[in-house]
Design a protein around this ligand. Structure first.
Ligand code: UDP
Ligand code: MG
Length: 318
């Protein structure tokens, strides 16, 4: 039942782009890979995405699908698809046509040359809103300072992985999945190919500024404990300063007989250290929350329906 290439496509309310994607994949994949399958993952869409996926499957059984019970987020949707892919190589492609499927031909060629991960790198951010491009830039500056694995701008989830890399990804069972980091963490022989940014085909991006910020914190916190280290350093530094200041106040009170210094010092101290303590508590809480979620060991997603469980009149996928 093994195929040369599985293409995993996470879809969340993508009814506008899907018909075009279906047509393009059908055109490109036979030449790119020979035998292939596509696994659409419906991530709890509320539009006509799921009926469309059912229709694709009954038109062409190489286009399988799995529908999650609600919106679990792209990370979980990708995981659901990766777990079901039976290809020797697996590609992850966005549904909104921002990842041109035509590139898969070149990516397959590179994989055959012996690379384990082929990453498509977006050369420009043309077509992205200005604020977003700026925030993304900031995000990568920050994250590369904080994280042990190198994460580059423009490297998204558009990738082609061989079996080795897929199995490595699947072996990481953590609940908080930050795949940009996971992809980098597994290593292997990696090569990139460039492509030009394409604006979304219909629909809107699900990223809000707030979500991007959350994503940034996720990225930093899920890859090491450096923020905790930072908290220790900040604590040590402010303790040192406090001791120095206390000594100075004491000496000046004893030697010069100065009256107790005033209101400003006190109030500033209260605010500065109050803020610092809350911040550090927040950092600790962030890790604690992660431990809480990890220990629950809940599944990453639940499945509502899949092409394999579609009505029995349909033949099973190849
Ligand atoms: N997506 C998903 N679940 C979500 C959000 C997004 O499966 O909760 C899918 C979406 O359908 C698309 C891909 O993930 O195929 C990328 O999403 P989007 O285009 O919104 O992100 P961007 O390209 O703007 O980074
Ligand atoms: Mg997109």
């Amino acid at each position: 039942m093994s195929v040369a290439l599985s293409v995993v496509v996470p879809c969340f309310n993508e009814e506008r782009a899907l018909p075009r994607l279906f047509a393009r994949l059908r055109q490109v994949l036979p030449a790119a890979a020979g035998t292939f399958e596509v696994i659409f993952v419906d991530d709890g869409s509320t539009d006509r995405t799921l009926p469309l996926l059912r229709a694709f499957f009954s038109a062409d059984q190489r286009f399988r699908y799995v529908a999650l019970s609600r919106n679990f987020g792209k990370e979980s949707a990708m995981l659901a698809g990766l777990g079901r892919a039976c290809g020797d190589a697996v590609a992850i492609v966005d549904a909104d046509l921002q990842h041109p499927p035509e590139l898969l031909t070149e990516m397959m060629r590179l994989l055959r040359e012996g690379h384990d991960q082929v990453i498509a790198r977006r050369r420009t951010r043309a077509g992205d809103p200005r604020v977003r491009a700026f925030l993304a830039h900031l995000f990568y500056r920050l994250i590369n300072r904080m994280v042990d694995v190198e994460i580059a701008d423009g490297l998204g989830d558009f990738r082609l992985l061989d079996r080795k890399a897929v199995d490595a990804l699947l072996s990481m069972g953590e609940y908080n999945r930050f795949s940009k980091g996971l992809f980098a963490w597994i290593g292997f022989d990696t090569v990139t190919v460039g492509y030009d940014n394409v604006p979304r085909a219909g629909g809107t991006s699900k990223w809000t500024v707030r979500k991007l910020l959350d994503y940034g914190i996720d990225g930093v916190v899920s890859f090491n404990n450096r923020p905790l280290r930072l908290a220790i350093y900040a604590g040590a530094l402010s303790t040192l300063v406090a001791f120095g200041y206390a000594a100075w106040v004491l000496v000046s009170a004893l030697v010069q007989g100065n009256p107790v210094p005033g209101y400003v010092t006190t109030i500033c101290g209260v605010f500065v250290f109050g803020g610092l303590q809350l911040l550090i508590l927040g950092v600790i809480g962030e890790y604690l929350g992660r431990i809480y979620f990890e220990t629950k060991r809940r599944p990453h997603f639940l499945i509502r329906e899949a092409s394999e469980s579609a009505p029995a009149t349909l033949p099973l996928p190849r």
